[in-house]
Design a binder for this molecule. Sequence first.
Ligand SMILES: C[S@@+](CC[C@H](N)C(=O)[O-])C[C@H]1O[C@@H](n2cnc3c(N)ncnc32)[C@H](O)[C@@H]1O
Length: 273
Amino acid sequence: MKNDAHELARLVEAVLQSPKYKHVCPEVVRNIGARELATRRNWKEALKATKNKLHQVGGAYFDAGTRYSQWLDALKRAAQIADHTLLRHICMEIMEHHSSTRERLGILDQFYTRTLAGLPPIHRVLDIACGLNPLAIPWMGLDKDVQYYAYDMYTDLADFLNEFMTAIGVQGRAYACDITHSPPPHQADLAFLLKSLPCLEQLDKSASLRLLEAVQADYLLISFPVRSLGGREKGMVQNYEERFWELMSGKPWPVQRFAFATELAFLVSKPEC
Ligand SMILES: C[S@@+](CC[C@H](N)C(=O)[O-])C[C@H]1O[C@@H](n2cnc3c(N)ncnc32)[C@H](O)[C@@H]1O
């Protein structure tokens, strides 16, 4: 079908009007919509396919809904009284609402301590396709003056994370963007690409490699899920690991591998940055 500017604008508007997708960054809707308009038989099919894709790469993970203002009230109260145990407890409760962070809760106490042990002090972090992972900042052992930059496709999530970081006294910023088209402009010591590559490859198979090459960070922590959202695990780890080594082929970047019960992680050193 013809992909003219008017049809695309109409499609973006229709997607953003639906309650489920109104907080998706327009750039993401435009990029997916343009591809679907180019390949589907008509506008209606392209609209449906765009919504399906948005669900697959974003909505499906927020399977327990969001209550941003309620969460912020609780976080601000705990931060004000400097109750760190309570703050961690609230962060854990919030992380339950995104399937990716929920799967990490059982290994949270070891995930960052094991993977980041031995790194020089971390002053600047990029969290790419972050979901609710910034809520794990209290477990990361980062420098107290760390600057934390987070990127995901939802505007309301970015607003929430900005208020969260202000509440807990972390400098940085969260952005809503299409990370497959706009790699982070910031330079950092460490970049998290946690469980995000398979997801981004559903939008564009070449996005992972482009992103790995474009990210300006000394270390990349890249991880993969060990089972699908539907609970299947047959052959998944092996496929993801093969894909990871394929992405690394020809790169002179040292790699450390970490296997956890619910996640497979690789710490990649990109010394030329
Ligand atoms: C599998 S989740 C991983 C979340 C987080 N990194 C973690 O491990 O807890 C993938 C995330 O990518 C985000 N996402 C998907 N496509 C994106 C895009 N094109 N640009 C930015 N974020 C995107 C989704 O909203 C979702 O939060």
